[in-house]
Design a binder for this molecule. Structure first.
Ligand SMILES: *[C@@H]1O[C@H](CO)[C@@H](O)[C@H](O)[C@H]1NC(C)=O
Ligand SMILES: *[C@@H]1O[C@H](CO)[C@@H](O)[C@H](O)[C@H]1NC(C)=O
Ligand SMILES: *[C@@H]1O[C@H](CO)[C@@H](O)[C@H](O)[C@H]1NC(C)=O
Ligand SMILES: *[C@@H]1O[C@H](CO)[C@@H](O)[C@H](O)[C@H]1NC(C)=O
Ligand SMILES: *[C@@H]1O[C@H](CO)[C@@H](O)[C@H](O)[C@H]1NC(C)=O
Length: 345
């Protein structure tokens, strides 16, 4: 898998900001409120009245959770990671009004809904809430004060339910949306991410229906909708001119003819396994220059595999469990599926 992790970038950005000692009294009180709402966890023990929350070197001592500040001493980023708490979401976070980056992750004891006030943090650039037990709907960004600078949302690995709010696609700079591994239902809204090469992760939910046809005009960098109950055609994600690097459709009920699909030179991997894809493997499969990690297994493909090109890269497992594929690296066509003997007429 080839996943762009925007949150690694945050870590880099955060930690290069200079050490400052200016502070904001309101943000200090807000941080103390958040700590209280979390039930005073031991790993936030240094958050005490008058603490130097902008001091990056003091921050290092705090096991994974940390704060960085703007030049005026306002909280710019807040990372809460791996806390041993059993509490609802600390809505005090919505009081950090200058905040640009926040990541709240690996806190399995965090339960209840994500408060809607989070969408009013108008300076947000990255919002990450991952691997918690938070439930309820994905926040709705249709309000007037929506964070127009928001470029990344990662809400993967929670217990969010309901449908995907179409308003999320109205965020003009949203480049990466990851809602994987929740309990989302319904169809995928027709809206598309507005940026040039967006990344969309909707894997491992309970989404149904077809992929919106509007996705045919998007040059995704990554799209992962694996592990849902999606059906119908998805061939429009592919094409000679497309720039998608990774396409995951695995474990759905997609049903389309692969014979007419053209693979671009940009594509690096795709997982189409466990669907109902039929037809033959097209010649562009063998000639797509950048293709290293395809997976066509567990479908209804048939016929002779293309020859030459980059076929040497691919193991038999790539093609396993189809209706009647044959030819290298699978057994040759005459052995595996003998043509009916010419009948004597
Ligand atoms: C979202 O967070 C999960 C869990 O930390 C991570 O594995 C995944 O790569 C992130 N998604 C993006 C698009 O960065
Ligand atoms: C920041 O914290 C470190 C470690 O606690 C301390 O040595 C240093 O003096 C502090 N810097 C400022 C500017 O307060
Ligand atoms: C968005 O980012 C730009 C450029 O960094 C900044 O000037 C502007 O204030 C930000 N807008 C909001 C609403 O934070
Ligand atoms: C979805 O679930 C499958 C099977 O458990 C797993 O292999 C895959 O990595 C998951 N995808 C994401 C994006 O979490
Ligand atoms: C293809 O997908 C199947 C089913 O998910 C998996 O068992 C197999 O290991 C994968 N093969 C390759 C080569 O990735």
């Amino acid at each position: 898998m080839y996943i762009r992790s925007i949150f690694f970038l945050v870590l880099l950005l955060c930690c290069t900001s200079s050490v400052l000692s200016t502070k904001d009294k309101d943000d200090e009180n807000t941080l103390l409120k958040i700590k209280k709402q979390l039930g005073d966890p031991y790993s936030l023990r240094w958050w005490v009245k008058g603490f130097d929350y902008c001091n990056a070197s003091a921050n290092v001592a705090t096991e994974y959770s940390y704060i960085t500040c703007t030049s005026t001493g306002r909280v710019k980023s807040l990372v809460l990671h791996n806390l041993d708490v059993t509490k609802p979401f600390p809505d005090g976070i919505c009081g950090l009004t200058e905040m640009e980056y926040t990541e709240i992750s690996q806190i399995p004891g965090l339960y209840g809904p994500i408060p809607s006030c989070i969408t009013k943090l108008s300076n947000l650039v990255l919002l990450g809430i991952m691997k918690t037990s938070l439930s309820g709907p994905v926040p709705d960004f249709s309000g007037h004060t929506k964070p127009t600078n928001l470029t990344g949302i990662n809400l993967s690995g929670n217990q969010l339910s309901g449908t995907i709010p179409p308003s999320i696609f109205t965020l003009p700079n949203l480049d990466s949306l990851d809602l994987s591994s929740n309990s989302l239902t319904g169809t995928i809204p027709t809206g598309v991410l507005q940026t040039k090469n967006p990344s969309l992760g909707l894997a491992n939910n309970s989404l149904t229906g077809e992929l919106p046809k509007s996705y045919g005009s998007v040059d995704f960098w990554l799209i992962d909708v694996g592990g849902n109950q999606l059906s119908g055609d998805a061939s429009f994600l592919f094409g000679k001119q497309k720039t998608a690097v990774n396409i995951v459709l695995a474990n759905n009920e997609f049903e389309f003819d692969l014979s007419y699909v053209e693979f671009s030179d940009k594509i690096y991997g795709f997982d189409l396994s466990h669907n109902k894809i039929y037809g033959k493997v097209p010649d562009s499969f063998a000639t797509a220059a950048g293709l290293y990690y395809p997976n066509l297994s567990f479908n209804k493909l048939c016929g002779e595999l293309p020859k030459g090109g980059n076929m040497w890269r691919f193991s038999p497992a790539v093609f396993a469990h189809n209706s009647c594929l044959c030819g290298p690296p699978l057994p040759s066509c005459s052995n595996s599926a003998p043509a009916p003997a010419p009948a004597s007429r």
